[in-house]
Design a protein around this ligand. Sequence first.
Ligand SMILES: Nc1ncnc2c1ncn2[C@@H]1O[C@H](COP(=O)(O)OP(=O)(O)OP(=O)(O)O)[C@@H](O)[C@H]1O
Ligand SMILES: [Mg+2]
Length: 266
Amino acid sequence: MRQIGVQSRNLKQQSEPSALVGVDSLTKVYRTREGSKVEALSPVTLDVHYGEFLSLIGPSGCGKSTLLRLLAGLEEPTDGTIRWRDGAPSRGTDIGFVFQEPVLLPWLSIHDNVRFPLDVFGVARAEANARATDMLALVGLKDFGRALPKELSGGMRQRASIARALVYRPRLVLMDEPFGALDLLTRDRMNDELLRIKAETSATVVFVTHSIDEAVYLSDRVAVMSPRPGRISALHTLDLGSDRSEMLKDTPDFHRWLSLLRRELR
Ligand SMILES: Nc1ncnc2c1ncn2[C@@H]1O[C@H](COP(=O)(O)OP(=O)(O)OP(=O)(O)O)[C@@H](O)[C@H]1O
Ligand SMILES: [Mg+2]
């Protein structure tokens, strides 16, 4: 029987050489409008490795979105540091962010939505068009470039959002429950699409989800967060190999990880 549950606790340590970005004793205290303080993250220390698929799971309100926003530079930490191995990222081009709901400009075609970040950062029009076209093909929307967002299904809109987040070939892709609003079948399909896209682009992904199944199916590693103020209570390297297909979900190893993570979240 293969050993599972090998876990390295969240030790305070310097970033490993394989870390694309290292988060060191990061805390976040929000001030509410009434002036009270909400401690969202208690010190979080975590490395994100090059090319990995890392999932964050934890109870609602434990600070998962906060951690993603800190990584994206959309919020400032109250304390602690974020160290990028290859130097500080450019917010617009090195980090792709996919939100729970697809955020597309309703008046632009799907193609123009995907091209939009390239326009903003001044990529020449011919190259921008070619890259948007390639990216749409990659997410299976080759024939829908001229459609408006409202003409697509929820899953197709979310694929367009993923295409837009990846069009700059960002070093890091942050995804905050990107498939939470989709029905289960569509979600399963999107999971497989995402694995394929990740393999083709070699992106590094940090993925927030409420679904333990999804986390186990997709991830190389899973970080479990405690209730607010969130900290990393366990960090697991999944020994499920790189061949992730539906069949994996019927294996004892897959189910052992599900029950272990479920226990840890309780
Ligand atoms: N802008 C803000 N101002 C004040 N408090 C905030 C703000 N954003 C988040 N919080 C608080 O910080 C805590 C963590 O929020 P966060 O959105 O990071 O949780 P989460 O783990 O993503 O939850 P969920 O799974 O429900 O999305 C919550 O208690 C929330 O109320
Ligand atoms: Mg959230």
